[in-house]
Design a binder for this molecule. Structure first.
Ligand code: PEP
Ligand code: MG
Length: 596
């Protein structure tokens, strides 16, 4: 769909400007799918016309219809503007971008209400559930930016009188103040007083909530067709990062083909589970640690069994514990006292232990495989929980495919140490339970030394998964936790084209990945290669993963559809070097070099 500006002057047609028309995600998908139906374009071309990130908009909430109708009938409809950004949003009125960000940071849902917006409002728009403006049309700043962000937006609602100084908005004689609730229907342009419950998108209702039948959901049907085409043309597999059975189930509904990262330490964020985990971290003696591990074993085993069952034979990569200690130890006196009680030691002792564990650089400190190497009983417990759950699940007639992943390996010796422990436990569990199951042991490549020595590591690892969050942190020497302060101005000053934690830095981190892929495949031609850092859900980074010949990307469940489309586009837009060819070439090279 194009915007075309032309003029006819003295009988002559002049084309002034042509550009791809701005449209909502659903419009983009519908236009592409309809054009395939009308035989104007091919499926492949249709896929290249839909930006993967646009799918976000189809995965946005809608209003509870009954509640919205009741609100309108009871006179709560305040005004109608332009339906500039589809979806439903409900939140509290704020009148400027700074407040929007501040309120969001304290956990409030906000609607940014402006006479009109400008580029200074971007961060506030991003922090808001929806954007409401009194001025501007369908191509106004608010409308364009909101659509691109996938935000709900009602623009050009000229009945509104907005008073920035008084922090009020008046409409039809009614005065609303900062903090009052309003709701926006970005699909119809309605502005409604008060809070209205939002429901998941049609796609979410069919796939996640299972509250809507696919045959009654035209938006879903169009989405499903695009996904079906994407799957036909992509060569990358799509996995998900999930730590809970419900997350795994959601991801499968979105088309995930396995779990690429199960962060075992995240399994303890739930109510009542963090205690034993903290006891384990703070244990002073082997006995104390073993006592805490004994509490953790059944909890982990049950969690793993739940995940294996949800995944029904699809591969599940489970990472041994990798807790940046500062995220897990209790800092508040109340929590420290509770822990002291559970551990049957004094509060002072707990306090002392927490202080003793203080690290100046926790991200580069006592985490990852270092923990399991110093305290092997932790890895043993986790391996036992994984394999016992695998054996029990298999006995129920459900196939299992566990892949045990060792984090933060920079030196093959670290991996050898942990691999031996894991394999010993696997053999023991198979004997005890009288079953045989297949499993893999592999590692994350997330520090530069690991990438550079990938050939040595691949001699032991059956798979690599690139942990590009840490690989970015350690390659760039930029702290994941502290970067925010300078990264945005850095990007503005074009020091980086994009935030490197969001979009993979191909020139640095990417080069290391390429080295690791080549060295890894040279040492072990059949090695399975994936990515599980946040970049696994970013379309540009997914393209790079395709280009260097990874087997899969792994991303958060709600990004799986985006990754499916991005992977298909990567394959279609880079026909010269499809992933399989690159992999073949690398393998061939590997074989010849081994012969030599
Ligand atoms: C990574 O470092 O990319 C990764 C996936 O692990 P985590 O984010 O848990 O450190
Ligand atoms: Mg990591």
């Amino acid at each position: 769909m194009m915007d075309i500006e032309f003029t006819i002057q003295q009988g002559k047609l002049y084309m002034l400007q042509c550009r791809v028309g701005k449209r909502t995600a659903f419009a983009a998908i519908k236009i592409a799918v309809d054009m395939v139906g009308d035989k104007f374009i091919s499926e492949k071309e249709a896929l290249t016309r839909i930006e993967p990130d646009q799918l976000n908009q189809l995965l946005r909430p809608i209003f509870d219809v009954k509640e919205k109708d009741a609100a309108v009938k009871s006179g709560r409809l305040l005004a109608k503007g332009l339906n500039a950004g589809p979806g439903a949003a409900t939140g509290r009125i704020v009148f400027n971008a700074v407040d929007a960000e501040a309120w969001k940071n304290r956990g409030e849902k906000v609607i940014l209400t402006r006479i009109e917006t400008s580029p200074e409002d971007i961060k506030g728009m991003d922090a808001s559930e929806g954007i409401l403006t009194a001025r501007g049309g369908m191509t106004s700043h608010a409308a364009l930016v909101a659509r691109q962000m996938g935000k709900v937006c009602v623009a050009g609602c000229d009945e509104l009188i907005i008073n920035y100084a008084k922090h009020t908005m008046s409409v039809k004689g009614k005065v609303l103040n900062e903090g009052d609730w309003i709701s926006l229907d970005g699909t119809t342009g309605q502005v409604i007083e008060g809070k209205i419950q939002t429901k998941p998108s049609e796609v979410l209702q069919v796939l996640v909530g299972k509250t809507l039948d696919a045959k009654d959901a035209p938006v879903y049907q169009t989405f499903a067709k695009v996904m079906q085409w994407a799957d036909k043309y992509r060569t990358l597999k799509i996995r998900t990062n999930a730590d809970q059975p419900d997350q795994a189930a959601n991801a499968i509904a979105f088309g995930a083909e396995g779990i690429g990262l199960c962060r075992t330490e995240h399994m303890f964020f739930g109510e009542g589970k963090i205690g034993p985990m903290r006891e384990m971290i703070l244990a002073d003696t082997l006995e104390q640690r073993k006592a805490a591990l004994a509490k953790l074993l059944p909890l982990q085993r049950a969690d793993f069994a739940g995940i294996f069952e949800a995944m029904h034979g699809k591969p599940v990569t489970i990472r041994t514990i990798d807790p940046p200690l500062h995220e897990f130890v209790p800092h508040e006196e109340k929590e420290q006292r509770a822990l002291a009680l559970a551990m049957k030691i004094s509060y002072e002792k707990v306090k002392e232990r927490v202080e003793g564990l203080h690290e100046f650089n926790p991200m580069l400190g006592f985490r990852g495989c270092r923990l399991g190497i110093i305290f092997p009983e932790i890895t043993e417990m986790q391996a036992r929980a994984i394999f016992e759950a695998a054996a029990d699940t298999q006995k129920k007639g459900i196939a299992v495919e566990p892949e045990v992943m060792i984090p933060l390996v920079g030196n093959v010796k670290e991996l050898v140490n942990q691999e031996k422990l894991v394999r010993k436990v696997a053999e023991a569990v198979m004997k005890e339970k009288g079953v045989k199951f297949k499993y893999l042991v592999g590692t994350m490549i997330e520090i530069p030394r690991g990438a550079i020595t990938a050939d040595e590591i691949a001699a032991v690892a059956e798979f690599f998964s690139f942990g590009t969050n840490d690989l970015t942190q350690t390659t760039l020497g930029v702290s994941r936790d502290d970067a925010a302060r300078f990264l945005i101005p850095y990007v503005e000053k074009e020091m980086y084209a994009k935030d490197p934690f969001e979009v993979l830095d191909r020139g640095g981190v990417g080069k290391l990945m390429k080295i690791a892929v080549e060295k890894g495949r040279a040492a072990r031609p059949g090695i399975k290669l994936g990515i599980c850092g946040e970049h696994g859900g970013d379309p540009s980074s997914i393209e790079f993963c395709h280009l260097i010949g990874l087997n899969y990307v792994s991303c958060s469940p709600f990004r799986v559809p985006i990754a499916r489309l991005a992977a298909a586009r990567a394959a279609l837009l880079n026909p010269a070097e499809p992933a399989k060819k690159v992999a073949k070439k690398v393998n061939k090279k590997a074989k010849t070099s081994r012969k030599k």
